[in-house]
Design a protein around this ligand. Sequence first.
Ligand SMILES: [Zn+2]
Length: 305
Amino acid sequence: MDWKGRRQSDNIEDRRGSSPRGRNPFGRGGGIRLPSGGMRRSGLSFKTILIIGVIYLGLKLIGIDPLQILAGRDPGGMLGGQSQTERQVTPARQDEMTQFVATVLAETEDVWNGIMKSQGRDYPEPTLVLFSGAVRSACGNASAASGPFYCPGDQKLYIDLSFYDELAQRFEASGDFAQAYVLAHEVGHHVQNLIGVLPEFNRRRPSMSQSEENQMSIRVELQADCFAGIWGHYTAQKGLLERGDLEEALNAAEQIGDDTLQRRTQGYVVPESFNHGTSAQRKEWFARGFDSGRLEACDTFNNPV
Ligand SMILES: [Zn+2]
């Protein structure tokens, strides 16, 4: 991707090197999957929080950790499974990656400002929070193991840049356009938040069965992939794509499909537990956005996925 020398976004909050203030109210670190869909925790009334707190403590008392249950359920960041380790990244590389994500974020701002304007809407730009290790968001505390995520409660995107090394090494999805796709997918969740898709999902979730919720989650995630594709479409139009870039994004979409991830991490596939979409679905919907550049092409709710 031909990104150097282009505008970099100012909507970056660098929280690397600072640990989240206060204690994680839920104790143990690791793998709380919080999420693009972490909307359960946004906009809760005091009473609801109180009730959740009482239920939480009750379950803890009988030896069940509700967060461990939620961990497997929340649709979210980029991955249906857990990402694993934190890696040390050298300062120079961090610097270049910071510039890279700031540039990609700026490109998403330009594209989505334009699209929303054409729809007669505003585009309040999201903030990108860079963190290392762990971070506090309006959706709760998260660790790097959660992977990148979007929190609708504060309209911020969160990424620990070491995820990109993991993406390249563990998930075999290397390349700058693969990295851009990850960010554009999270921006896609922000767009969904603005146009009401995430709030609607959030509203309906409590009355859904687990399998209904997974099915809906897949449609939400595939739409975010499609929105990432729309961004790719305009990036290509500007002549910023280099040979192999599109393949990088499609490969990333393939590598983080639920089926491929499960095969990699547990050796077998449980389709009922899918909540992000299969490799084929994720590639397909990214490609639909990429080919058309149109919001209407991304209606994953009224079309078979
Ligand atoms: Zn997502």
